[in-house]
Design a protein around this ligand. Structure first.
Ligand SMILES: [Mg+2]
Length: 200
């Protein structure tokens, strides 16, 4: 029997807070970031455009500083634990930049199991974004049956390729576009992880 591969969104699925707004708060740029993030979550601005604009807001900050802040972001513990215990079958698909999330990925054992956007760095600053991940395209490339877990508008693309699509609404509301494409919705970290375990 084929085994499921589990694809996780990062922000508000594994993490208890949205990563970019959390960093923006630390540097006093929260308002601008929040507006962009909310509009993107609702699907009003294409993810790619919005992401590039959000990266611009954070480019004045040293990459190492952002990386350290991201590594300390609180996580949904039961979901993170499931990932740590089943790392060979789990992957993280996130629009976030490799240079910002590498510390966090190491922490949950996903440093070799992450598909994310990429940027070039010189002297601890981002000089340019090289690629922005397309979750739908990435999900399409998997061969094994998929379980997909996410909360945002840009997770609905990968949900299309899922054998089992799960919305996680434990941190924020599941985006309407995703809600229409899921098989299950969970609003609690522990119950979501229990369900994932039942699929092993
Ligand atoms: Mg998310």
């Amino acid at each position: 029997m084929s085994e499921y591969i589990f694809l996780f969104d990062l922000d508000s699925t594994i993490s208890k807070k949205e990563i970019l707004p959390t960093i923006s708060m630390r540097i006093g740029k929260l308002e601008k970031m929040r507006e962009l993030t909310e509009a993107t979550m609702r699907g009003e601005i294409p993810f790619r455009t919005s992401f590039l604009n959000r990266v611009k807001i954070l480019t004045p900050v040293n990459v190492s500083e952002v990386n350290a802040l991201v590594a300390e972001i609180p996580l949904n513990e039961a979901i993170s634990q499931f990932i740590r215990e089943n790392r060979e079958r789990c992957y993280v698909l996130t629009g976030n930049l490799d240079v910002w999330i590498s510390g966090l990925m190491r922490k949950i054992g996903m440093d070799q199991h992450v598909y994310c956007s990429k940027a070039e760095v010189r002297e601890d600053r981002i000089t340019q974004v090289i690629s922005v991940v397309d979750k739908e395209l990435m999900a399409k490339q998997f061969v094994q049956p998929l379980v997909v877990i996410g909360d945002g508008d840009n997770d609905s693309g990968m949900a299309k390729y899922a054998d089992i699509a799960i919305g996680f609404g434990g941190v924020r509301n599941i985006a309407p576009s995703l809600l229409r494409n899921i098989d299950y919705a969970f609003y609690d970290d522990i119950r979501c992880a229990e369900f994932l375990k039942s699929l092993l």
